[in-house]
Design a protein around this ligand. Structure first.
Ligand code: UDP
Length: 256
């Protein structure tokens, strides 16, 4: 299929999305499912870069609470994202998507180093690029890495995949079933209301560089396709977002 409204996108997948129902680690079937969604994006004529998180294996902040030095704990977290990146690369290649993994921390036996122009060239040649090891720096998250890579590679949108919520809500919809979803939101609103979108460093980076963000549920089948086709899916965060929430009745309208 073709007709995507985007030429190039940056997809952020959290480590937790790869866990499925497991309490920890990687569910290979789920990774396969994600790979198929990414394949659809490519077949729609859109170049894809993917930043993968590591929270299913390791979180620096949690290890710090347990007494570990923060920077070391964060480097361990970056290594966790490399494990996830390799799992995703494997699944993508198995479904026929030629993939290159680039790591922000040098691990030359398993991944290319991150080289911006090379990553762009891979995408122009029709390869998916998995960006592993986050930004390569401690004290930030893979959300920040996603914003950074998105801006660097000239992505037109940052697609923030969630695994248990289909957009940004006034309050956690699992705890507050009546909470309403924002179809659109401005960067400033997202920052000021301290909504659980992504960390503020990442949000600020997107705002300062005019990179729109779409927050959506990766596991509602066809969501990515619908986004590419221009449907209003999830929550769009940009300069002009209205910040008017909609009720859940409106939310289900047009859902697949
Ligand atoms: N991390 C880091 N720098 C980065 C990206 C990640 O130090 O640029 C570390 C940090 O410790 C983080 C861990 O890697 O907790 C896993 O990444 P993240 O928590 O962002 O994964 P996600 O929540 O997306 O699964």
């Amino acid at each position: 299929m073709s007709g995507s409204r985007f030429r190039r996108v940056l997809l952020k997948i959290s480590g937790e999305s790869l866990m499925g129902d497991k309490p920890y680690g990687i569910d290979v079937d789920v990774v396969q499912q994600i790979a198929l969604e990414i394949k659809d994006v490519q077949e729609a004529g859109t170049q894809v870069g993917v930043v993968v998180g590591g929270g299913n294996i390791w979180r620096g902040a949690t290890a710090e609470e347990a007494g570990m030095e923060r920077a070391t704990a964060d480097y361990a977290g970056m290594l966790a994202t490399i494990i996830n990146g390799l799992a995703l690369q494997d699944a993508l290649e198995k479904v026929g998507v030629t993939t290159r993994t680039q790591s922000a921390v040098t691990v030359q036996a398993v991944a290319e180093p991150y080289i911006r122009r090379r990553a762009i060239r891979h995408m122009e040649k029709g390869r998916a690029v998995v960006f592993a090891a986050g930004s390569g720096n401690p004290y930030v998250t893979t959300d920040t890495a996603a914003a950074l890579r998105g801006v660097e590679i000239g992505a037109e949108v940052l697609l923030m995949a969630k695994n248990n919520v289909d957009g940004i809500y006034e309050a956690d919809p699992h705890l507050h079933p009546g909470a309403q979803r924002y179809p659109t939101l401005s960067y400033m609103d997202a920052l000021n209301k301290r909504l659980d979108v992504m960390d503020s460093t990442a949000l600020t980076l997107c705002m300062e560089n005019g990179l729109p963000i779409i927050v959506f549920d990766l596991f509602i089948a066809g969501s990515l396709q619908r986004i590419l086709m221009g449907d209003d899916v999830g929550t769009l965060v940009n300069e002009t977002g209205s910040g008017e929430p909609v009720s859940s009745a409106q939310r289900t309208e047009g859902a697949p």
